[in-house]
Write a protein that binds this ligand. Structure first.
Ligand code: EPU
Length: 400
């Protein structure tokens, strides 16, 4: 451990397992906690002057909930971002702009904004990780994506050693994607994010009918049947003068929950509770069962190819995914969980890694798994799905 005059402490050989929700990984050669932007400035100066740290790649650690780490010693300087902050920077009758520190816990922020009766984050309840990790993979759930609430992202530019602002449009957000995963990978440290949230004009969020893309299904499929036709009873509750409604209110599983619980006009708190309960059923708590959420992205394929495959495999659910940016052909998103389950892999174990028995999209560590075990399981699953459906799955979490 080395403590610098500036207060920055660099630790050595730190166990990765303590920072990974999958509980896999060797050691970080160097590790430091960043509490303030001034710590980044100090670290930049250290990296310029101290030979030992000069050419060591920097890695930014959020909650460790969407990354698969390697075993052995990783010759990197891991930065655990703990920059806090929650500052209202603009406000009018309809909305409010809030700058939130990259090191804040995402779900605590969701809870806080809901307590303030602000709409925007409720569909993204109970996602593990930090605020700063959100824009990297454009976290999404139940019809919502964090990109729809982001105005700009404040970053520390690692090469320049200074702060820059990246506007939403320059983040190139896509499905679980952004510049931070691509051309800007390793270039920036996200220090804070500015969001625009809606003030609710009424304590109730009313169910809206003009909604984002609704899931559909050809035939069968538990989510899909409801996705095709949300019940009239639910939709009749929509009142056009309320423009603030949650994307989650167009999501079949969430509508089903409200129907079953006889909730007609859910409040933000009720939407949050619904999502927390739905997630509990499908997503294992990483504190009890080590995992990194969805292990595969839901593949986006040509609608034409989907039609051909679904002639053989009836009941395959799909979601409209718009047109391909270059070819302008219609695309659809297929749930990878459905593919894995229908290939007979749900609950199956590959050594120390298993496909979670309540949700085939999740891989869990049965204890003592290595990164090789994860890769063996991943490759076997990809191969099986390719052979059966002709669709190639892609890993969703990052790898280091
Ligand atoms: N399905 C199955 N079998 C399974 C799992 C799912 O048939 O084992 C089917 C369901 O019946 C449903 C469809 O797949 O028809 C979709 O399932 P669900 O609504 O649970 O969502 P998902 O596609 O499995 C995605 C995100 C989740 C997010 C949920 C809810 C990805 C890769 N995953 O999962 O995000 O919480 O939607 O919106 O896009 C994450 O990124 O880590 C994550 C958990």
């Amino acid at each position: 451990m080395h403590k610098f005059d500036s207060g920055v402490i660099i630790q050595e050989y730190v166990n990765i397992k303590d920072y990974s929700t999958l509980k896999i990984g060797g050691q970080f050669r160097y590790f430091t906690i960043i509490n303030f932007i001034k710590d980044l400035n100090s670290l930049y100066a250290i990296a310029q002057s101290e030979l030992k740290y000069k050419n060591i790649p920097i890695f930014i650690l959020g909650g460790g909930s969407n990354i698969v780490f390697s075993d052995g010693v990783l010759n990197i300087l891991a930065l655990k971002i703990e920059i806090k902050g929650f500052d209202i920077i603009n406000e009018n009758d309809d909305c409010i702009d809030i700058k939130i520190g990259g090191g804040e816990n995402w779900d605590e922020i969701v809870q806080k904004t809901i307590d303030m009766n602000l709409s925007g984050f409720e569909s993204l309840s109970a996602i593990p990780g930090t605020v700063g990790a959100g824009p990297v993979q454009n976290i999404g759930a139940y019809g919502a994506e964090v990109k729809d609430t982001i105005l700009e992202v404040e970053v520390f530019d690692i090469e320049k050693g200074s702060i820059s602002i990246i506007l939403n449009k320059d983040c190139k957000f896509g499905y679980r994607d952004s510049i931070f995963k691509n051309e800007a990978k390793g270039k920036y440290i996200i220090t804070s994010v500015v969001y625009r949230l809606n003030k609710l004009t009424s304590p109730k969020v009313l169910l809206g009918s003009s909604s984002p893309a609704r899931p559909r299904v050809r035939s069968g499929g538990d989510e899909g049947k409801r996705g095709a036709r949300p019940s009239q009873e639910v939709l009749s509750a929509s009142l056009p003068q309320f423009k603030n409604f949650s994307p989650a209110l167009s999501y079949p599983g969430v509508l089903k929950y409200f129907e079953e619980n006889n909730i007609k006009n859910p409040t933000l708190k009720e939407i949050r509770t619904a999502i927390i309960n739905i997630r509990k059923e499908k997503l294992p708590n990483p504190n009890e069962i080590p995992n990194v959420g969805s292990f595969f992205k839901n593949p986006i394929i040509l609608k034409e190819s989907f039609s051909a495959i679904s002639r053989t495999y009836g009941g395959m659910p799909y979601f409209d995914a718009g047109k391909d940016k270059t070819t302008r052909q219609d695309m659809v998103k297929i749930p990878a969980g459905w593919l894995i389950e229908n290939a007979g892999l749900k609950g199956k174990s590959f050594g120390n890694i298993s496909v979670y028995d309540k949700n085939a999209l999740i891989l869990i560590n049965n204890g003592n798994a290595t990164v090789d075990d994860v890769m063996v399981a991943k490759n076997k699953i990809i191969k099986t799905i390719e052979e059966k459906f002709g669709i190639t799955l892609e890993q969703e979490p990052e790898t280091l």
